[in-house]
Design a binder for this molecule. Structure first.
Ligand code: RIB
Length: 304
């Protein structure tokens, strides 16, 4: 089995639960505020690790109270933290998350995540049977350097270009598996894509991002499941009928699950099925990193 190496963000999620989202200029009373571990990188790494893959997290924390809390939380997992750095130059990354009606809005303040650099991603050992995973919450030069390095050693690359940012199209082409949601797909494909877009429109937009026919493009669709192009072939699964209490981190769960499954040499199609099940468990719990399911929990659903 290969390792999963995730280079990415680590945030303290300040989660506010409210009856509904405020409109612009409006104040609403919330019910509760929670301080929970998050960040797309940390969430994806914890998902992969809990789903059975030996996993390394590459990232950066501030030397502050949030940084200390997050390091303690991460130290209690099975993650390899040898390449997790502290910096005194920036505060720990923070995300302000409002959860209402089972959905969320997020504002991220990158802080220390913005100092992840090419030297950080060059440090860990990386081999051909490993899976390299990154997102867009750390600087794009570091993301590019990590994916290029992974390509050089023959590792499998997974890119989750979230949040969507303008970038060189070549960067998306460094991913063997590109996983993004509808909003991100619309951004990169430069077309209107939303919750009511039909499968043909989504697949056509996904095809416009594909740089070579071996690349997998997977579009996660929340409660509608996912649609993918696997080596040019369309494939999809509906969402599982569950009651979502908090969708924060569901996309990260999906990415981490795909990575864990590919590290065990399962096919892409199997990995996407497994990830769809894992994400359906994640949305039934509050928070991002703490909501990631275990391998046993996913197996109970997959097997029946
Ligand atoms: O994808 C969810 C994550 O986005 C949250 O944990 C938050 O930290 C932001 O990075």
């Amino acid at each position: 089995m290969g390792r999963v190496l995730v280079a990415g963000s680590i945030n303290m999620d300040v989660v506010v639960k409210a009856g509904r989202h405020p409109r612009i200029g409006e104040t609403v009373a919330g019910h509760e505020v929670l301080f929970l571990p998050g960040g797309k990188g940390a969430n994806q790494a914890i998902a992969a690790s809990k789903l059975g893959a030996p996993t390394t997290l590459i990232g950066c924390l501030g030397r502050d109270a949030f940084g200390r809390d997050l390091r303690a939380f991460l130290a209690a997992t099975d993650l390899d933290l040898d390449f997790l750095r502290d910096t005194a130059d920036a505060p720990t990354g923070t995300a302000i998350i409002t959860v209402a009606d089972g959905d969320n809005t997020i504002v991220v303040i990158p802080g220390a995540n913005a100092s992840v650099n090419a030297a950080d991603v060059a440090a860990p050992p990386l081999a051909a049977d490993d899976i390299a995973v990154c997102q867009f919450e750390t600087p794009l030069p570091a993301v590019t350097a990590f994916l290029e390095r992974a390509r050089t050693v023959g590792a499998t690359t997974i890119l989750n270009p979230a949040p969507a940012l303008p970038c060189d199209r070549r960067l998306l082409g460094l991913a063997d598996v590109l996983i993004l949601n509808e909003t991100e797909l619309g951004f990169f494909a430069k077309r209107e894509i939303g919750p009511t877009s039909d499968p043909a429109t989504i697949l056509e937009a996904a095809r416009s991002l594909q740089t070579d026919s071996r690349q997998t493009i997977c579009v996660t669709l929340g409660p509608r499941g996912f649609l993918a192009l696997i080596g040019g072939e369309p494939h999809g699964e509906p969402g599982r009928p569950v009651t979502a209490v908090d969708t924060t981190g569901a996309g990260d769960c999906f990415v981490g699950a795909v990575a864990a499954r590919l590290a065990r040499r399962h096919t892409v199609r199997d990995a996407l099925h497994y990830a769809n099940v894992a994400a359906s468990l994640c949305v039934q719990r509050v928070g991002a990193a703490p909501a990631m399911p275990s391998a046993a929990e996913v197996a109970a659903q997959v097997e029946g």
